[in-house]
Design a protein around this ligand. Structure first.
Ligand SMILES: Cc1cc2nc3c(=O)[nH]c(=O)nc-3n(C[C@H](O)[C@H](O)[C@H](O)COP(=O)(O)O)c2cc1C
Length: 376
C-alpha cells in the first residue's frame, strides 16, 4: 500500500489523534437536517453558523460539513429553502477558527474546475491547510434545471466528475502551464497559482452510495461517507470491510465516515420524548413527502409499511443514523461505530447551538475515557 506522506496524513487525521472524529453536518441550511416544524428549528443564518463554529472549534469538534443545496424542498417550512453557499461559508469559517477542518461541498457539473480549484486553494490558504473538499455529482433534477444544466445519466455523472477532479488536482499540483484534453473538458494553457497551503493537497471526500460512486471514492478520495441505517454492529463492520477490500485490490486506503442525528438529554425518557415531539409529532410531513417524491418514492409505488419507514427516516436527518438517549447511551453508540471500523461521524441536532454544549460536556469526555478521543 502506498505510504501517505506526513502532510497528507496530517490532513486526513484532521491534525489530531482522535480515533473517532466528530463533525457537524448540515448547519449551512435552514432547518439543518431536521425536517420539523418546531419553532427552535435551526435558522441556518451566518451569525448562528459563526457562533456554532467557534463554539465547536473551542470544544475540539473535528470538522464541519455543509450540504450543497440550491433549492428548498417546500412543505410548510420550505425545508432547506435558505442555504449558505458552501465555499463562501467555508472560507468565512476557516478565517474565524483555528483547529477544525471545514469542508466545501461542490457539485462538479456546476462549477468550472479552474474556478473551483482556485476557490479551494483560496479557502485552504485562509485555513492554513484545514480545508476539505466533498465532491458531489448531483441527483436533483429541479436544482439542475435552475442552472439550465442537464443532469447526466448516473454513470456519466461519475465519468464527468473523474475528469473534473483530475483537472482540479492538476491545477493544484502543476508547476507549469498545462493543457487538459478530456472527453468533456478541453482546457488550454492553464495557469493556476498559488498552490494549496504547505505543499499537500486538501483532504477529498465523496459520499457515493452506488458501486460506481464508491469506486470513484476508492480511486480518488481520502474518505468515503457512507449513509448508515440503524443496523447491527456486524452489518456496519461488513459494509466497511467490503469497501476496504475493494480499495485494497486497487492498492488504495481510505477512511470511512457516516452521518447521524443526535438527541442527547440527561435521561433516556427525556431524549425519547423530545425526539418524538420534534421529529415525529411536529415533522414537516409535507416537506418529507416532497423529498420522497423527488426520489420517486410514493404511497403508490411502495408497500404501506415500507413507505411509513422511509417517511420516518427522511424526517429524521434525511436518513442519518438516529442516536437518541442519555450521555452514556450516546457515547456507547458512537463507540460501536468506531468498533465497526468507522473513523468518524458527521452529526446534526435540531438546534445545533442549543444542543452542542451538553453533547460536548457530557459525551466527549466519555469518548476520551474510552480512548477514542484525545484528552482536552
Ligand atoms: C454525508 C452525505 C453528504 C451528501 N451531501 C450532498 C450534497 O450536499 N449535495 C448533493 O447533491 N448530494 C449530496 N449527497 C448525495 C451523494 O453525493 C450521492 O449522490 C448519494 O449518496 C447517492 O450515491 P450515488 O451517486 O453513488 O448514487 C450526500 C450524501 C451523503 C451520504
Amino acid at each position: 500500500m502506498p505510504a501517505r506522506d506526513q502532510t497528507t496524513r496530517d490532513r486526513t487525521s484532521m491534525h489530531n489523534g482522535n480515533r473517532l472524529k466528530i463533525g457537524l453536518f448540515g448547519s449551512n441550511c435552514s432547518s439543518g437536517r431536521a425536517v420539523t416544524l418546531v419553532p427552535e428549528r435551526w435558522s441556518g443564518s451566518w451569525q448562528d453558523n459563526l457562533r456554532l463554529a467557534q463554539m465547536a472549534d473551542a470544544a475540539g469538534i473535528d470538522f464541519m460539513l455543509p450540504v450543497a443545496r440550491w433549492k428548498g424542498y417546500g412543505g410548510d417550512t420550505d425545508y432547506q429553502g435558505a442555504t449558505l453557499e458552501t465555499m463562501s461559508w467555508a472560507s468565512g469559517l476557516l478565517a474565524k477558527t483555528t483547529c477544525m477542518t471545514v469542508f466545501g461541498t461542490v457539485h462538479a457539473p456546476l462549477f468550472h474546475p479552474i474556478i473551483a480549484a482556485k476557490e479551494f486553494v483560496t479557502a485552504d490558504q485562509i485555513g492554513e491547510g484545514r480545508f476539505g473538499l466533498n465532491v458531489v455529482c448531483g441527483w436533483n433534477e429541479g436544482e439542475f434545471e435552475m442552472f439550465g444544466a442537464t443532469l447526466r445519466d448516473h454513470e456519466s455523472r461519475y465519468d464527468y466528475a473523474q475528469e473534473w477532479l483530475d483537472a482540479v488536482k492538476l491545477a493544484w499540483s502543476s508547476e507549469a502551464e498545462f493543457d487538459f484534453d478530456g472527453a468533456f473538458l478541453k482546457l488550454r494553457k492553464v495557469r493556476a497559482w498559488p498552490k494549496p497551503f504547505g505543499g499537500a493537497r486538501p483532504l477529498i471526500m465523496n459520499a457515493g452510495a452506488s458501486a460506481t460512486g464508491q469506486s470513484f471514492a476508492i480511486r480518488n478520495c481520502d474518505a468515503l461517507f457512507m449513509s448508515t441505517r440503524r443496523a447491527s454492529l456486524a452489518t456496519y463492520e461488513k459494509n466497511v470491510r467490503d469497501v476496504k477490500a475493494l480499495a485494497r485490490q486497487e492498492g488504495r486506503e481510505l477512511d470511512f465516515y457516516t452521518v447521524g442525528v443526535i438527541t442527547c438529554r440527561p435521561t433516556m425518557a427525556e431524549a425519547e420524548e423530545y425526539y418524538r415531539h420534534a421529529v415525529v409529532d411536529c415533522a414537516d410531513w409535507n416537506a418529507v413527502d416532497s423529498i420522497l417524491a423527488m426520489k420517486d418514492i410514493t404511497r403508490a409505488n411502495h408497500a404501506p409499511d415500507d413507505f411509513a419507514r422511509l417517511r420516518n427516516e427522511q424526517a429524521n436527518g434525511m436518513g442519518g443514523l438516529p442516536i437518541v438517549g442519555d450521555p452514556d447511551f450516546v457515547a456507547r453508540e458512537l463507540a460501536t461505530l468506531s468498533e465497526a471500523g468507522l473513523n468518524g461521524i458527521g452529526v446534526s441536532f435540531v438546534n445545533y447551538l442549543d444542543e452542542l454544549p451538553y453533547f460536548c460536556d457530557e459525551v466527549l469526555p466519555r469518548l476520551e475515557r474510552r480512548g477514542l478521543r484525545e484528552k482536552r
